[in-house]
Design a protein around this ligand. Structure first.
Ligand code: IPD
Ligand code: CA
Ligand code: CA
Length: 252
């Protein structure tokens, strides 16, 4: 079996755990802040993913375990991206599994179980949604929809609000979707045109970057340099507006 097939098998198994869990009762615990939660469904989903990926013998860095980010080949797993949405009954969350080799995105698989939408991307082979090839659509900044996220840390949250204030008058609208992985996939699908966030982790974005870059999205850090997995800030957009977004957010 190829790595991507194993990743898809893991994402589908985890997706059905999320779908069943969404309608049932589960335990919820607070992590770093009252908005940063983990449920027993996150943990069940993660166990199913790890059990499936272990067949490959490739190291696994998963959000709810303690493995460290590695510069070597590894899977980056978010068993439930959008936990706050999930807990509130907002139907917008997913499973996210990225595979990186030597700091390069190689394969991304993101599965939205409620819509049965499977996004995947393979380096140099394109990005797909349920088998249909994805590519970004050209747009001017003023006609663009951007997505962002509010960091759980309140001080950093104020910075994100300031950034949103700076950019809002230049674009059509800004959304807070509540899932970094799906934001990047929506960027790949041309449903949104830009996305930035001030506090993200490899499991949030490793898969989404592999998918969106294959669809033609430009991804950098806030300095306009290639995004590295250990960085916590990210800016992704269709190439036509990426530089303008950076200029407005950072003033260069
Ligand atoms: C969060 C979501 C959210 C983003 C946060 C992430 P979680 O992941 O992706 O959209 O704004 O930065 O931590 O906690 O639901 O896995
Ligand atoms: Ca996440
Ligand atoms: Ca998560």
């Amino acid at each position: 079996m190829e790595i991507i097939e194993i990743m898809i098998e893991a994402a589908k198994k985890a997706g059905s755990i999320l779908k069943d869990g969404y309608e049932s009762s589960y335990d919820v615990k607070i992590k770093s802040s009252s908005a940063d939660l983990v449920t027993s469904v996150d943990l069940d989903s993660q166990s199913a993913i790890i059990e499936t990926l272990e067949k490959t013998n490739i190291p696994i860095v998963a959000e709810e375990s303690t493995q460290k980010i590695t510069e070597k080949n590894a899977f980056y797993v978010d068993p439930l991206d959008g936990t706050l949405n999930f807990v509130h009954g907002i139907p917008f969350f997913c499973v996210s599994i990225g595979y990186w080799e030597n700091e390069m995105p190689i394969i991304g698989v993101v599965y939205d179980p409620l819509r049965d939408e499977l996004f995947y991307g393979i380096k140099d082979k394109g990005a797909y949604l349920n088998g249909k090839k994805l590519s970004v659509k050209k747009k001017d900044l003023k006609d663009s929809i951007l997505s962002t996220g509010l960091p759980y840390n309140r001080q950093k949250m104020m910075r994100a609000i300031e950034e949103t204030k700076k950019i809002i008058s230049s674009v059509q609208e800004v959304r807070i979707l509540g899932s970094a992985a799906l934001s990047l996939c929506y960027l790949a699908a041309g449903r949104i045109d830009g996305y930035w966030e001030d506090e993200i982790y490899p499991w949030d974005v490793a898969a989404g970057i592999a998918i969106s870059t294959e669809a033609g999205v430009k991804i950098t850090n806030f300095d306009g340099k290639d995004y590295k997995l250990k960085e916590i800030e990210i800016v992704g957009a269709i190439p036509e507006i990426h530089q303008e977004i950076l200029r407005i957010l950072k003033g260069f």
